[in-house]
Design a protein around this ligand. Structure first.
Ligand code: ATP
Ligand code: MG
Length: 414
């Protein structure tokens, strides 16, 4: 991608009301644009990061045996009335009337999934069902001040599983827990499994996946020695207490970002919506439902909150929009100009995606500060000073080295 042609470049001025680190960095670096509070466009750079996160999540969901679908975002009032959530979840939902009918924009999909399941399963042999999708959720969030951490519309991966009994549900629940830990590790995020209450979803305790970060809206209490961790809302102790689980460690509290949440919902939804299957004796029984969310756009923000310095973003390689940011300097010199264009061409021919700063008017200083702001893992420079070689630098290191193109290619491919 030629930087001169990229839609959505780095900007000096950004909306004054932004206070969140992720929003400031992503706006300045040209990854997002703000429409209104809690509502953002993913510009090409932002969308590239989103697609990479999505693909990692997809691979790990598929590995659990789940299948991808795509469910509607516009829901009739009647389906929400079946569980009573048209009333009980009113505050969070965008509800509206059109002609003589009422609708809501999707804030979650349990009811839609249950409707699908009751139409598509005949008996026990069709269970378990494991389906997921990536789609937009709309929520009337009163505190939409945290950039992509809390949108009024945002992209979620939501997985739903339906089972013939509790044991089977809990077995898969454990499989998904592991898949989540693997997913977050691939995103370079250190995640804690935290117990919390289920809000409008369930009375049972749920499991949240929390990333320690200053910019987080949640507070968690956890043990400095074992895996004990609880959300502030349910933890009854205080800091420095002895850990109630291992009786050895001390409790610490920290700000954290919830990047995922899983709920063992049970038979409540199936009972309300008549989602039944015939067991071995031929008795009709409700299915056991669990749901599992991951905040895809919140993950972009979380990575920005965790990986940056005072000069800009520092993307982990797995999700960087491009692995390489190629900078051409002294481009009015014909020889240098054709040399750097050739480097670009060879990298592309080797299937290495490159953001190539091909601007002739921008100064070296401007180009370097844009590189640091955008935060692509590897910087390559071709200039009068680099001779037959290319300058190579990692975003998170200070040292530069001169290398030839073929060793750069093998380095990147490794
Ligand atoms: P929170 O407590 O932060 O409001 P939640 O418990 O409402 O989250 P879920 O309904 O479980 O969240 O949604 C699954 C995941 O979707 C969350 O773990 C989070 O990563 C993400 N998410 C939830 N609300 C938002 C939002 N307003 N903007 C961006 N991502 C969100
Ligand atoms: Mg919420």
């Amino acid at each position: 991608m030629l930087y001169s042609k990229l839609f959505g470049k780095t900007v000096k001025a950004y909306p004054k009301d932004e206070i969140a680190v992720n929003a400031k960095l992503l706006l300045k670096a040209g990854f997002i644009d703000k429409l209104m509070a809690g509502s953002y466009t993913l510009l090409p750079l932002g969308r590239l990061v989103e697609r990479k996160i999505e693909e990692i999540v997809r691979q790990e969901m598929n590995a659990t045996g789940a299948q991808e679908v795509l469910m509607p975002l516009l829901h009739p009032k009647t389906i929400w009335n079946e569980t009573g959530r048209w009333e009980s979840a009113k505050e969070v939902m965008y509800q509206f009337a059109k002609d003589d009918k009422e609708y809501a924009l999707s804030f979650t999909h349990e009811e839609i999934v249950m409707d699908l399941i009751r139409k598509h399963i005949a008996g026990r042999k069709d269970l378990p069902v494991k389906i997921y999708h990536f789609s937009t959720k709309f929520r009337d969030e009163p505190r939409a001040k945290s950039g992509l951490l809390r949108g009024r519309e945002f992209i979620m991966k939501d997985l739903y599983s339906a089972h013939e009994n509790k044991e089977d549900m809990m077995k898969y629940y454990a499989v998904v827990t592991e898949a989540y830990m693997k997913t977050f590790a691939r995103l370079n995020l250190e995640v804690r499994k935290v117990e919390a209450s289920g809000g409008v979803f369930t009375k049972e305790h749920t499991r949240e996946f929390q990333v320690l970060a200053e910019g987080g809206e949640d507070t968690i209490y956890f043990c400095d020695q074992c895996d004990f961790a609880q959300n502030k809302e349910i933890f009854t102790g205080k800091e420095k207490d002895t850990c109630p689980k291992c009786q050895k460690g001390k409790i610490i509290s920290a700000k954290a970002i919830e990047v995922g949440n899983i709920f063992p919902l049970g038979t409540y939804y199936a009972e309300k919506m008549n989602v039944l299957f015939a067991d071995v004796q031929g008795n009709r029984k409700p299915v056991w439902l669990a749901s599992y969310g991951i905040g895809i756009t919140r993950l972009i923000a979380t990575i920005a909150e965790v990986f940056h310095d005072d000069r800009g973003l520092i993307w982990p390689e797995a999700v960087a929009p491009f692995p390489i940011h190629l900078v051409g300097l002294d481009l009015k010199d014909e020889t240098i100009n054709s040399k750097v264009h050739n480097v670009y061409k060879v990298l592309e021919e080797n299937n290495i995606d490159v953001l190539f700063d091909d601007r002739t008017e921008a100064s070296a200083g401007e180009k370097f500060s844009d590189v640091d702001l955008i935060g692509i893992p590897y910087r390559l420079v071709v200039s009068k000073r680099t001779g037959e070689q290319i300058e190579f630098k990692k975003r998170n290191e200070k040292t530069t080295t001169l290398l030839d193109l073929s060793s750069i290619i093998s380095k990147i491919k490794a």
